[in-house]
Ligand binder design. Structure first.
Ligand code: LLP
Length: 427
């Protein structure tokens, strides 16, 4: 399924033409498709067949409460990394018992909030954290269900900023040290050992890193069993890649089959959990933006065409932070005005005062000032990473559902920009 398609030369989100969204809500605006989000979640869920499994959507990918609510209605669980994400999931109607709380730096108050809310499991990333969780649970008179997040030292062959499973990463507990930490956990009065968790990285486009990591996790599960510690669930994290340009990521069927085949080969029948983020929402969204100006700069015999748009690196940080590629498409390719447009190659840049404010480089586009463009694959790690740099209010977010359009986050106002700030008293 595709969330965004051309119909009569105009790009639509499901049945809604993007120009009508720009007219009603202005630009830049993130636009998401509900049907696509549901389709992706169901695809993964179906791929497991009747093998026991849980899907914990990684909230960090897109944490708008409408997105979370759509997934909660499907029965999804959630992977969170902060108290703020826990608050969002609960506000969106998520089931606390289907939440796993990951993250390397949980504070005492994060842990209290999680235990008082009844989260399903805490994924622990260090011995010090295990001790803190046990002591908070003791104070609250509760038992904390936990998994250790182990580091299987597998190279996911993705961008270094989003590789997390190497031995040198700050994440997780080295798999070789895990037995000792499990023994400590098992001896603690207010800790209930439940699972093993790992997450090796993001935007992974082959299945082998997943099966390699799982193999190493199964080695650990077997070693633990020899020591009388019986694991009840394997949490394999997120990481399934999507197509931004020409990538050929595994289908959900191939991804799940790689895991289930490994389990079968090793004679393991334990329930599995996964934490997909990008796969569910990445291609469910675009950033809809308008061309403000075109200009050409010449240096010696080199000329550069710029398309200056109203969205910047503060709205979509991935291209400047990771050199990530997002396709950029003219929204109204067949409009009367666009028939007179000439195809040129552009540096697509934003309004932010930084040379890194480039949303796309060397893009062939037939556009003019005032035209709408869609920056694609912007449903994951896009709005959530936005900032107010250059005092730019954060964009609106809209979700399309069939032929209905819902504003799911209003554009920030100037007043909101300085909310909470104050000047000093006069001297
Ligand atoms: N579970 C854990 C513990 C994670 O750290 C992550 C992502 C996920 C699940 C979800 O991974 P996914 O299925 O979305 O690949 N900002 C970067 C991505 C950072 C991913 C961080 N962790 C980007 O824009 O590419």
């Amino acid at each position: 399924m595709q969330a965004f398609t051309f119909n009569d030369g105009v790009m639509h989100a499901e049945s809604v033409p993007l120009p009508s969204i720009a007219e009603e809500f202005g630009t830049p605006t993130y636009v998401y498709s509900r049907a696509f989000i549901e389709h992706q979640w169901r695809n993964l869920d179906d791929a497991f067949g009747d093998y026991p499994h849980d899907i914990h959507y990684a909230v960090k990918a897109n944490s708008n409460i409408a997105v979370l609510n759509v997934l909660a209605q499907l029965g999804s669980g959630f992977d969170i990394v902060s108290a703020g994400e826990l608050y969002r999931v609960l506000q969106a109607g998520g089931d606390a018992s289907k939440i796993v709380f990951s993250g390397v730096a949980k504070s005492r108050s994060d842990i209290e909030y999680a235990l008082n809310s009844g989260v399903g499991s805490l994924n622990i990333e260090s011995t010090a954290e295990l001790k803190r969780i046990n002591s908070v649970a003791l104070e609250l008179g509760k038992t904390a269900r936990i998994a250790l997040r182990v580091n299987p030292d597998v190279d996911p062959q993705t961008h270094p900023y989003i590789s997390t499973g190497l031995a040198t990463a700050k994440f997780g507990i080295s798999i070789d040290a895990a037995l000792e930490v499990y023994q400590l956990a098992n001896s603690m009065a207010n800790i209930q050992v439940h699972g093993v968790a790992c997450h090796i990285g993001s935007q992974i486009t082959t299945t082998s890193p997943f099966s390699d990591a799982l193999d190493r996790v199964i080695d650990l599960v077997e070693r633990l069993a020899e020591h009388g510690i019986h694991i009840k669930q394997l949490d394999l994290g997120g990481g399934l890649g999507i197509r931004y340009a020409n990538e050929q990521p595994p289908t959900p069927q191939a991804y799940v089959a790689a895991m289930l085949d490994t389990l079968k080969k090793r004679g393991i029948t334990l329930p599995v959990a996964i934490e997909p983020g990008r796969y569910i929402v990445g291609n469910a969204g675009v950033l809809l933006s308008r061309v403000e100006y075109l200009k050409t700069n010449t240096a010696g015999d080199k000329t550069t065409n710029f398309a200056i748009i109203d969205a910047g690196m503060n709205d979509l940080m991935r291209p400047s932070l990771y050199q990530a590629h997002h396709n950029i498409t003219a929204v109204d390719a067949n409009s009367e005005a666009s028939s007179s447009r000439l195809l040129s190659h552009y540096e697509v840049v934003g309004p932010v005062c930084e040379s890194a404010d480039v949303l796309g480089s060397n893009r062939a586009l037939a556009i003019g000032a005032g035209d709408l463009i869609a920056i694609e694959s912007a449903g994951a790690y896009s709005f959530v990473m936005a900032s107010n740099y250059n005092s730019r209010p954060r964009t609106a977010e809209v979700m399309v559902d069939g032929d209905c359009t819902h504003l799911i986050r209003a554009r920030e106002t100037m007043a909101q920009l300085i909310e909470g700030e104050s000047t000093l008293p006069s001297k």
